[in-house]
Design a protein around this ligand. Sequence first.
Ligand SMILES: [Zn+2]
Length: 58
Amino acid sequence: MNDATDCAYCGCDVTVHDPVYVREGGADAETPYCNYGCLAAHVEEEGLAVGTTCSVEF
Ligand SMILES: [Zn+2]
């Protein structure tokens, strides 16, 4: 059982990087990313940057 510290984008262990944690869509859990690079890539890939960030629906 791990502590869910794998990057949500690339699957690396975020603790060896400079991790950022994001709470998405009102979820209780925070989603880890290695850094802002992975977060930005995830946002782009999922099209989350389209529309306002305040009204993203999952
Ligand atoms: Zn990553």
